[in-house]
Design a protein. Structure first.
Length: 227
């Protein structure tokens, strides 16, 4: 029997129930209208045709086009995530709780400057991640990032330390979007990947001190998080 449990393990156990996955869905009809003709495969009769594998289309004609993460901050269903996770005005966003329960969501606010968004689901008595004070962070402090890595691996955890404060970088939500400058970021060496965006960065007390936002390609162990 182990008497000395790693404090990171205890923190993850406390925070994990309040971390959610966000699935991005879009109708096949809208996707067909948006895809440029020159990117569509050509049929034998020289007509462009959008071909999406049938297994990607659900019974309602919706296609999964991406995913991200978020965390519950109010027991009545208020969820915080990144604005770039829910940037598509024509998409639908399904929230999956740690229990596996699925909910449609309502977008309450998008803040493009700070890359923060707030969602609402119709649920009550939910676990929450308490909000901490990011201004009190110190270099070398232990931090833990939790999220939905690559949109596939739910409940992915990585730990590291605060490597820098008040960083600024230029980041692209996707290859087609222009670079956007992000300021006042927390730099950590906790590994984050696509799909982790919107998940919480917490201190050892289990308080959210940032939102997983970006990783630096071509560098090892440099992750950026909104304060």
């Amino acid at each position: 029997m182990r008497n000395n449990i790693n404090p990171v393990v205890e923190t993850v156990k406390n925070v994990m129930p309040a971390v959610v996955s966000i699935v991005i869905l879009k109708s096949l009809e809208k996707l067909e209208k948006e895809l440029p003709l020159d990117l569509m495969p050509i049929t034998p009769w020289n007509a462009p045709e959008l071909r999406i594998p049938e297994e990607m289309i659900d019974e309602h004609g919706m296609v999964r086009i991406g995913g991200g993460s978020g965390f519950i901050v109010d027991p009545n269903g208020i969820i915080v995530t990144n604005k770039h996770v829910i940037a598509d005005q024509d998409a639908e966003y399904i929230v999956i709780l740690n229990t596996g329960e699925k909910y449609g969501s309502e977008i309450l606010a998008r803040d493009p400057i700070n890359d923060v968004a707030i969602l609402k689901i119709k649920a009550k008595n939910l676990p929450v991640v308490p909000l901490g004070n990011s201004s009190a962070l110190e270099l070398g402090e232990t931090t833990i990032a939790i999220g939905n890595a690559l949109g596939i691996f739910r409940n992915t955890v990585s730990a590291g330390i605060v490597s820098g404060l008040s960083r600024s970088i230029a980041a692209q939500p996707d290859p087609q979007s222009p670079a956007q400058e992000m300021r006042g970021l927390i730099q950590t060496d906790a590994a984050i990947n696509a799909g982790n965006s919107g998940g919480p960065l917490v201190n050892i007390a289990g308080e959210a001190v940032g939102i997983n936002a970006a990783m630096v390609y071509g560098a090892q162990n440099i992750g950026s998080h909104h304060r």
